[in-house]
Write a protein of this length. Sequence first.
Length: 549
Amino acid sequence: MIVPLFATTMSQSELEFRSPFEAITRDPLTLIELRMRWFSGKIRAKPTWWKKVYDEEIVTKWCKEIIEHDAAMVERFWGGDEYWKTGHGEKQWPRDKITNVQLNYLFDELRYDASRYDDETGIFATAIHKVHESRSLIPADVKISLVQGVSSLEDVPDEEKDWHPGSKKQVLDLVHPSMYCLRIGRSHVYRHDQSQGAPTVPLTLGDYLSHRLDFQRFFYNSKKPFCISHDYQWLPTDFEVSESGEVEPLAPWPPLAVRPNPYSWYDHITVPAPAYREYGDNQDAYAEWESKYRWPSIPEPEPFVPPTATSADEEDKMKISLRGRTLQVIVKLANVVLTPDNPKYAGGSWHVEGMANENIVATGLYYYACENITESRLDFRTAIGAEGQVTVLDYQQDDVQGYMAAFGLDRNSRLNQHLGHVVAVEDKCVAFPNIYQHHVDEFELADGTKPGYRKILCLFVVDPFVRILSTSDVPPQQEHWALDEVAKALILGKLPQELYDAVLEYASAGLVSGKEAEEDRKKLMKERSRFVADHNERVFEVDFNMCEH
């Protein structure tokens, strides 16, 4: 029997979100669909696109521009003799030009998504499945309050600024969950029954693991799953969401106190096989035949049909209201700061947010300030395939040409596909599930003679069905705060020195100095760098095994 030592225990729910740490079975998207999504994304980036897609004159103009751009891309990758060459993974564009059927599908889908545009919040679906954005979600007064509040974290002496390790003084951490995080085996947690002794007790690894029933899904083939840390966990803050949607924090922030796939596979052209010859008689002739005829015929999409409540994709969705719940959210505030002496941000690595310890299911971003920078993109990619193969569907062994023409994959490819990007601009909010990897592209100063910045608020949402340890369970760990509060208690100054020292020792239990917190952050970052490499090898960068069948 598990005896709860801390105030609230963690649980496992029958409802499980898909985990980014488990290998998945997902058929890849064809280059034709990726092309359609690319053009769709370009249109959705335009102001008031949700109105313009109903203007036939504008749509006609857009179609003409799409056809012209597509023709140039087809010529670039497949023009002339290149039409018969597979390349080596660089040809990430369909062999054949976009058709009217594809254009009709593209704009029918755009009009459907435009019909779902939310006038009140400005939220709309991007061309990346399950990624949504808004350019008007945050009211002006809320933005002003945020900027004013953040200014107190920014306006500190240079020696107190927390530049992210390894960022070359370009990423200024204002609130980061790696600082004063949960130190498994060392942090103190509130005792469940405070009548039985000290109000807090050290959290042992055994206690921590025994209460994380949600970890069980990862133990089916490993005694120590790669995605579980035995040392650290980011601490979320509990937020109470009322039935009307009002949100209130229940504890301080740690550092501060589906649509159907129109192309599921491809069909091969039915062509006569070359006349039988003894092996070696004329390999060159066979190679010439193969280069011209062994290419797949990619089927056209069926006409776009809006999903219904009974369609398979809709039935698989979990419709969850967050009203009337206690929501756990991990908060991060960071500025990318560029100067004429340090003008270019190199971008970030591919990653998902957190490890299994944090159980993050979604991310919300708010770009609340951007100044004097070139276009900043947030890219997304997904893992594809199953057990080293691109698909569980039938295919011809060693079909290099088929895979290249259909999916842009060759025998040396890693099993992932780029889904597109969203552009970071001031006032934009973006929300996406934690099943895709993402990374920030490089960007730089627009005017190299002036400074620039990009400021962001990140909200990492913990699985709402699985409660994890939060700032409601772990008392503030900042040593300087606690000692300052003790010093303010005038009555303590009247105590004999030995009693004062005893009170100080009692108050210091589980506290962390600034130097210790920085050292823990370094160790956490090192652990998570190893984890990202392992995660890529196991899930997002699996080698494509084309030969075995």
